[in-house]
Each structure stands twice: as C-alpha cells, then as structure tokens.
Design a protein around this ligand. Sequence first.
Ligand SMILES: *Cc1c(COP(=O)(O)O)cnc(C)c1O
Length: 390
Amino acid sequence: MTSNENQQPATTSITAGRDGTNSLAPTLSTSSTWSSSGLEESNRQANALHQTGNYSRYANPTVEAFEHAIAELENTQAALAFASGMGAVSSVVLALCSTGDHIVAQRNCYAGTYAFLVGPCARLGIDVTFVDGRNAQEFAAAVRPGKTMLVMAESPSNPHIDLVDLTELGKIKGPFTLVDSTLATPLAQRPHDHGVSIVLHSATKGIAGHNDATLGVIAADLDLISDIWTYSVLHGATASPFDAMNGLRGIRTLDVRLARQSDSAQQLAEWLLTQKNVTGVHYPGLKSHPQHELAVKQMNYFGSVLSFEIAGGKPAASKLLSALKLVRPAVTLGGPETLISHSASSTHNSVDIETKTKTGLTDSLLRLSIGLEACVDIKNDLASALALTN
Ligand SMILES: *Cc1c(COP(=O)(O)O)cnc(C)c1O
C-alpha cells in the first residue's frame, strides 16, 4: 500500500489514511446504514466484500480510513479494525480455526489472549500448545503439519518484555503466523516485512495513544483479510467509527510520542538498574537485556514499556504504588500518563500459578508504561517512592 517507497514511516503516519476529501482531520461518519438506488445496487452491495456505503458492521468510511493508514504503516495490502484488541484476537482465532485444529502460542503473552486460548478454545476443541517465545525454534518444533492452523506470538511481550525473532517466525510455512505487535506499534517494527502473515495490535494502547479509544486492528494480505472479514461480520466485534477516528488522530503524532517515550524509557531503565532495591530491569534497549542484539536488529524504537523487579516482593510493590504521586497505578499502556501496574495481581491476575512461574510473572514484577511527562519528573517520583520501600 505504500504510496512512496522512499518515504519514512514518520511521514507515512501523516500522509496515510486520508479519506479523499480535503479535510485535514479525520471525518467522523456516524451512519449505521446508507441508502441505495434500488434492488440492483442493494444486491451488488450484498455481494461486496468489506466495502463502505452499505451497512456499518460490514464497513464504515472512518474505520476504513484508519484501516488504510495501518495497512500502509505495516506495509501490507489490507487491514481490518475491531472493537478492541481482544475483538481482533478472538475473531482471528475463530475465523481460522475449527474443532480439531491446533494452535501453537507463546506462553508469555497478554493475559486476555492466554485466557481465550485456555478457556473458549479448549471448550471448542481447539488444541493449543504453549511454547517459550524467546526460543524461535520452539514455535516451529511444535507445529503439527496439517493440524496447526495458527502460530501466535507477541513481541515485545506484556509484561516481561521478551522478544520473538520475527525472521525465524516468518520462515514457518504451513500455518498462518501472527504477531501481537501492540507494545511496538507499527513504527517500532514491521513483522510482515519478515514474512509474518498477520500483524495484530490493541490500538487502545500506543496507536490511539490518549486513553480515549478501545480499538483493535490486524494487517495482512488482502485475501487473508477478506477471509477473516467474512467471519468477523458475523462475530460482530466491529470497530466504532468514533474510536477509529481517535485511532487515526493518534497515528498522526505516533512517531514523536514513541520517540519521546522510548528515550525516557531508556533513561529510566538505566537509572532503575542502579537502584539498590531494584533487583532486575527488563527493557530491550538495555545492553543487559538477553535479547538486546535481536532488538537492535528488528526494532526502530525500543518502546514505551519496561518492567522491573522490586526487592521485598508484593508488600514492597504495594508500598511503592501507594507512595507514587505522579505515576499512577493503572492497567493500560502507551498513553500520555506514566502508569504502573503490579501485573501478577492486576492484568495477569487470572493466569495460573504454574504459567506465572514459567513466564517470570513474579510478585516482584512491576510494569511501567512511560508517558509524555518530563523524564526527570517521572524519575524523581519513582526515586521518592522507592526510598520509602526500603
Ligand atoms: C491490551 C492488550 C491486548 C488487548 O487489547 P484490548 O484493546 O484491551 O482488548 C492484546 N494484546 C496486548 C499485548 C495488549 O497489551
């Protein structure tokens, strides 16, 4: 979809997803339906795939503008938006998998994805093998030829910030491969360029970027998007035009936000490493991150999210959360405000103990989503609060 091959992604985030009018801001199209000239046109619309001008569950001009922008940024032929990141996850899985099929999935993933795979998928007889995403060979080794429909990865992973080797994943042939690229956003990495079939985002996070939209999106080849679209109109997790408008608005400033957030995250990660009551820091920009070299190879930014381990476990984490004044305890990421969460008891509360242990989801782990405040103020707030947890 890229209009100009030489154009930088930061520029594409400004030029992409224009609706053909001369309006500079996204046009909000609230109509749930459009009239037709008569029976012939109605019949043509009934046979059309993913086209606006008929009924909003099938397609909507504002949502379509957002989808076009994502397809251009991800360098894919097409994209499809959903009511949330989980709307995207569940629609893709159910569009592509049936009873008796098999999925290979990364164990260390977003808790909603994990819950969907161990809950509804198991109930429907879709078999899931979980692997450690840090070792790309494990994905390929778990594939059962003829049975595995989907290989699902997440990079960087939420909340332990592990990476998946996108090139190794892209080499897997047979099943469709999917990368949840939420923590990277389309500007930090492009999984489809590595041969990955489907790129998925919770656009609720960095893409919309202002904590004012609940939105999901996938980007892939047109044929695959059309197949998933055919199922998705029945599933009904349709993106709201208002949220798609905020998603598109967010894309316009994504590069400057991500640059600022990544810069602050790097400084804070390095500073946290030197704090005596911090026992570990997970951020791909750190030389001490076990996958730092891979991060340099496949990422343009290291992202807005880091996690760290606090000495003293859950009681110390609890003290820290209460002592912070600027940094707020909350469970999303990628927005303007710096947020902190104790993953094991909040976002990942539902994950079973065995999986928590295997994926490093300890009681000491705190996830920080770095916002747009001056870095020094975030640091001062963390320093004051950390001093109280000694
Ligand atoms: C938040 C999140 C999701 C789910 O997205 P929603 O928009 O909350 O449904 C999926 N994957 C990752 C990595 C996330 O952080």
